[in-house]
Design a protein. Structure first.
Length: 276
């Protein structure tokens, strides 16, 4: 059983968990936390573990620590727990997955961090999938966890597009199977054409990549294909067309005659062009 004790620790003795995946940003949420600490102090102690050099590694409370530094607080309440690196990594992930706003990249590297720690402890990937389930959703299966872990194979620029909501999770997983060079080519094409791949396009690129047949020209050809939802359509209300047709005409009869009329117009234009 881990030994724990509560103390007030000086800020300069605290260091962030090496390689922790959760971003600490100076945003609106951080501003609110700073205001709360200024008004009420640190209500929830940080969780830390002692290091051999006399410092303490933060397991839970990186955002609180950052807020305290902004406020100018010199010491914070902390629960000191003696544990090894693997146990600390697991605790860090579990203590942060309850947050309301978690980016896909944060989940990706958090699940990978926990998976590596559990593997180092001798546990199986199946246990990782079950035990790493997001506490915000009971439906986050082991398979879904593995999808998030695949995102760690994306180059940073494409992973940022996933965080920004420009690329959905499922196509991003397919893109993660492309080589780094292929992903760089894809990124350049997306930027030039101002588009992102659909799931079917991402799957197509993955298949070509695995066959060694994916290059810049192929990526361009795939991305510039019109998606079904990009097909241009012209629509009219029946009421707008009613005055041009007999009252007994149905919508399909109107469509038929409109197309016939357009065909006659095309033929007339061709005759005029040929007669010049």
């Amino acid at each position: 059983m881990n030994k724990t004790r509560a103390e007030h620790l000086p800020i300069e003795k605290l260091c962030p968990f090496e390689g922790h995946p959760f971003k600490v940003a100076d945003n609106e949420e951080m501003d609110q936390l700073v205001e709360s600490i200024m008004a009420h102090g640190v209500l929830t102690p940080l969780v830390v573990r002692p290091l051999e050099n006399g410092e303490y590694e933060v397991i839970s409370g990186h955002r609180r620590l950052h807020a305290c530094k902004r406020v100018g607080i010199e010491s914070v309440p902390a629960v000191i727990t003696e544990m090894d690196r693997d146990a600390a990594a697991i605790a860090l992930v579990d203590s942060n997955l309850h947050r309301e706003h978690i980016l896909p990249s944060e989940k990706a590297f958090a699940y990978k961090l926990k998976m590596d720690a559990l593997k180092h402890q001798g546990q199986t990937c199946g246990q990782v999938g079950h035990k790493s389930r997001d506490t915000l959703s009971d439906s986050e299966s082991g398979r879904q966890v593995q999808r998030y872990i695949r995102l760690t194979h994306l180059i940073p620029e494409i992973l940022q597009m996933v965080d920004d909501g420009k690329i959905a999770l499922t196509p991003a997983v397919e893109i993660s199977y492309l080589t780094k060079l292929e992903q760089a080519d894809l990124l350049e094409t997306m930027e030039c054409e101002d588009c992102t791949p659909s799931l079917s396009q991402a799957m197509q690129m993955k298949q070509l990549s695995q066959a060694g047949e994916l290059d810049m020209d192929t990526i361009f050809g795939i991305l510039t294909q019109l998606k079904p939802n990009q097909q241009e359509k012209i629509s009219f209300k029946v009421s707008e067309l009613r005055s041009y047709f007999p009252r007994s005409y149905t919508a399909s009869q109107m469509t038929r005659d409109i197309l016939k009329g357009l065909e006659l117009l095309r033929q007339h234009r061709e005759q005029n062009r040929d007669g010049r």
